[in-house]
Design a protein around this ligand. Structure first.
Ligand code: GN1
Ligand code: MG
Length: 389
């Protein structure tokens, strides 16, 4: 199935009962069989809002005979993740470890960590006829996912969850993790990549975003702030998630509590400040990442305060004083970095992030820069808030 196919979210894309017109779902069907669902499967629907992988929910008849989503199938984007074996080795290692922690804590093994399954022949993923990797995991029942904070309590819950995650993986053998995307949050390298994309300007789009380009170029020195502290040994490397946005966590549909962290492709050694910061980037905004009307986009310092509270309640005793102090910079830099990545992708012709219209990446970059600007204006207050908890 090619991205851009004509199936809307929520529509059936493959069914064992009828042919879906106009859709080539051969690879998806092969994957359904490779993981052993075959005729048991009722149908498959596109699922989720990720920018990188293709995600589908697999429906099967439940105990009551009603079709229920029981599995999630994902086609891994190999332009982004060049080595699916390593991605899956990390994921199986980490999820198994998380389950052992949940067992110790007396938690719910079925819902608090993802559980991946292997193909019928015992592989960690299925390679389709085009060489694309597919993986499969259990659907987490009674869970919901949010694209934006609807109630502050949700953001607080997500802070507890990500703080808890950092703690749970505190003793995970970091050296056993593969670097699935090298230098993923090396903001200095991201700045260089941006300048490279600008220099090449392959689509002749730089003329469309002069102001945004200047915004980035004026912040070259900022890019090095946390990388320098890492090099000097002031900040430690930890096992981090590296993609901690609100829609990478599932909430319990009934209690509203944070339930399970998802999207584990980028678990790698990294900085706690970056995980903290990426959550703030996405969740402490008053608008979605691709809001076109910038008047709606603001950094909400009250949401920031709530996240700091929850995160530190969970993680304060594991973070060093220097890490604590680095959190506000994490927010600024993850937001700047993400904006730079969107803008670089715009300049390169939208080769990395999924887009649905030509200026999509530029629109995304603009929201990020608006947030950065407001964070810069309120930076003293951001630092004070961290100090009070
Ligand atoms: C991507 O796949 P998704 O949507 O969870 C990206 C993140 C960006 C994010 C921006 C592997 O995450 O780094 O912060 O989009 N993931 C990768 O929304 O590049
Ligand atoms: Mg995601």
């Amino acid at each position: 199935i090619e991205s851009g196919c004509k199936v809307e979210a929520g529509e059936v894309i493959f069914s064992t009962r009828r042919k879906i017109e106009g859709v080539d779902s051969r690879s998806l069907e092969d994957a359904v069989y490779a993981f052993g669902f075959g005729q048991q499967c009722s149908y498959v629907k596109p699922f989720g809002e990720g920018h990188i992988n293709e995600t589908y929910a697999v429906y099967m008849p439940g105990a009551d005979g009603k079709d229920t989503p029981l599995y999630v199938l994902q086609r891994i984007n190999i332009n982004v993740f060049k080595n699916p074996d390593q991605v899956m080795a990390n994921i199986f290692g980490v999820t198994e470890y998380l389950r052992s922690m949940i067992r110790e804590e007396g938690g719910d093994l079925d819902r608090e960590a993802l559980s991946y399954i292997k193909t019928k022949s015992g592989e960690s993923y299925f390679e389709d006829a085009d060489g694309q990797p597919w993986r499969c995991l259990h659907y987490v029942p009674d869970s919901v996912c949010y694209q934006m904070v609807e109630r502050p309590e949700q953001f607080y819950q997500s802070a507890l969850s990500f703080g808890h995650f950092l703690k749970q993986l505190g003793d995970y053998p970091a050296e056993s993790l593969y670097e699935t995307i090298p230098k993923f949050h090396d903001t200095v390298k991201r700045f260089r990549d941006f300048k490279d994309a600008l220099r090449k300007d392959v689509k002749n789009r730089a003329r469309l975003c002069r102001e945004e380009i200047e915004f980035v170029l004026a912040r070259e020195d900022d890019c090095g702030v946390l990388m320098k502290q890492l090099e000097e040994g002031i900040l430690p490397l930890r096992v981090t998630h590296n993609d901690t946005k609100l829609n990478n966590i599932l909430f319990d549909k009934n209690t509203g509590e944070g339930l399970c962290i998802i999207d584990l492709d980028t678990i790698m050694p990294g900085l706690a400040a970056n995980d903290f910061g990426d959550s703030i980037r996405f969740g402490a905004s008053t608008a979605e990442e691709d809001e076109k009307d910038l008047n709606k986009v603001h950094f909400d310092i009250e949401l920031y305060r709530i996240y700091v509270k929850g995160y530190l309640e969970m993680a304060k005793d594991v973070l060093t004083p220097a890490e604590n102090a680095s959190l506000p910079w994490g927010a600024r830099l993850m937001t700047l970095e993400c904006g730079m990545r969107f803008l670089a992708d715009f300049l390169q012709g939208d080769v990395y992030f999924k887009t649905t219209y030509p200026e999509h990446n530029l629109v995304r970059a603009r929201t990020q820069f608006r947030l950065v600007k407001e964070m810069e204006e309120q930076f003293d207050q951001m630092q004070e808030i961290v100090e009070t908890f």
